[in-house]
Write a protein that binds this ligand. Structure first.
Ligand code: FCB
Length: 448
């Protein structure tokens, strides 16, 4: 069992979840800083400060990456570190921090993949109406251009948005992520439309500012519906790509405009009453040529055909495998997800996030033994290989996450890392899974 020679093995993190130092070197505030301070949306009442204190420990963290042997590192930029007010006034110290970081990564042979927006939206822009302000796509474009100008000599792989469904739906409709809003559907869809325009305008600004040809992608949350048996495949594909009314948590409302240049018909019907104004050129702006699709996949559901031909969701077996997030372990989602999305959008795929939260402890021997995580990775990555063997163009796999970190509304209660973080001492022992990942990378998948 071997992966293609060019296959990239990496890990992912995001700025607010690891950096800390929220008041240092001129950083502005983000909606997550404010939500942690003023709303009780975080389970353990904590915030992304200090998280893993990565802002000060980044050199040590690169050392850990080297020890694990990762070839690529997907990180995100904190917008309010670059532009404390969201637009105009650049904070040079913020830009310099990221320049030093990517220089050191490159020097150590780790390829940086930069995500521009992983939810830490500038609070100053939220106060101007946030995503409901129709100027918001231009704010994103300005920010993207500035970062690209500074870093693109060294960085060729970029991701515009991480899981826009979470920022818009969890943040603006359900309210359990920052900015914590519970807007009516017409406003949610307006915010979503602006988010898509933001993606398109970012791509244009990035291409214009780039110092070398860039590989640009987007990394949505991918909801994967798997067939129980091969004969249920068409049904599972339909369910994967179906738009349901009342929520924007789906795949195609976000990705069809990006990759195909139009909203899906069933979505236009489902949202008919609540559609935002769609400008004549909007789809042209959103549908910029991009280079890859990043898939964040953690779990999935399973369907079969019922007696009368409808999709019947198969309940997970009683007491079946589950992670500490309460997410069912569905390894075949890493087969069907890449396969279905590749067939629909025909773009190279990277698995930009996959991983599990586990109840990790430091044992008496000073080590962290996490056999479940190793087994999780083994099962999922095997399925991913099966997709590649079936002709799906998967170029890389990024484990979420390098480090245990601030898991949004779950605070520090969930541990996803290959590396354990003791938040009081900031000690970082590599878990057994991190050692295993090392061997997997060295053998390019052969130890599977
Ligand atoms: C994804 C997020 C990431 C992390 C993982 C567990 O939805 O993109 O930041 O929280 O889930």
């Amino acid at each position: 069992m071997k992966f293609p020679d060019h296959f990239i093995w990496g890990t992912s993190t995001s700025s607010y979840q690891i950096e800390g130092a929220v008041n240092e070197d001129g950083r502005g505030s983000s909606v997550w800083d404010e939500a942690c301070r003023y709303q009780s949306i975080v389970q353990d009442g904590r915030s992304g400060d200090p998280a893993c204190d990565h802002y000060h420990r980044w050199a040590e963290d690169i050392g850990i990456m080297k020890e694990i042997g990762v070839q690529a590192y997907r990180m995100s930029i904190s917008w309010p570190r670059i532009l404390p007010d969201g637009t105009s006034k650049i904070n040079q110290k913020g830009l310099d921090f990221y320049l030093r970081l990517v220089e050191e990564l490159v020097k150590n042979g780790v390829t940086p993949y930069i995500t521009l927006f992983h939810w830490d939206f500038p609070y100053a822009l939220y106060r101007k109406g946030g995503m409901l302000n129709d100027e918001s796509p231009d704010w994103f474009a300005e920010y993207a251009g500035i970062v690209t100008e500074k870093l693109s000599t060294l960085v060729s792989h970029w991701i515009t948005l991480n899981e826009p469904q979470c920022y818009i739906d969890l943040g603006h409709r359900i309210g359990f992520h920052a900015p914590g809003l519970t807007l009516p559907m017409n406003e949610v869809l307006r915010a979503a439309h602006n988010m898509l325009l933001a993606h398109g305008k970012m791509v244009m600004a990035m291409r214009a500012a780039a110092k070398q040809p860039l590989k640009i992608g987007i990394a949505p949350a991918c909801m994967v519906v798997c067939p129980e048996n091969e004969k249920d495949t068409a049904l599972a594909r339909n369910e994967t790509f179906r738009v349901k009314a009342g929520t924007t948590f789906n795949n195609t409302w976000w990705l069809d405009p990006v990759f195909l240049g139009s909203y899906p018909e069933d979505g236009l019907r489902a949202y008919e009453k609540d559609l935002p104004p769609i400008g004549a050129d909007d789809m042209k702006i959103i549908h910029q040529p991009i280079d890859f699709l990043g898939q964040n996949i953690y779990h999935g559901t399973v369907v079969r055909k019922s007696a009368d031909g409808r999709a019947e969701y198969v309940a997970p077996k009683a007491g079946g495998e589950m992670t500490d997030m309460g997410w069912n372990v569905v390894p075949q989602s890493l087969y069907w997800g890449p396969k279905f999305f590749y067939e629909r959008y025909r773009k190279p795929i990277i698995i930009s996030e996959n991983g599990m939260a586990n109840l990790d402890w430091v044992s008496a021997d000073g080590k962290v033994h996490d056999p479940q995580r190793i087994e999780f990775m083994r099962r999922y990555i095997r399925e991913n290989l099966r997709a590649i063997q079936d002709g799906v163009d998967v170029r890389g796999y990024f484990y979420w996450s390098l480090l245990d970190n601030f898991e949004w509304e779950r605070g520090y209660t969930k541990r996803f890392g290959l590396v354990y973080v003791d938040y009081e001492t900031q000690q970082r022992p590599i878990k057994d899974s991190g050692r295993w990942y090392h061997d997997l990378i060295v053998s390019n998948g052969e130890i599977l």
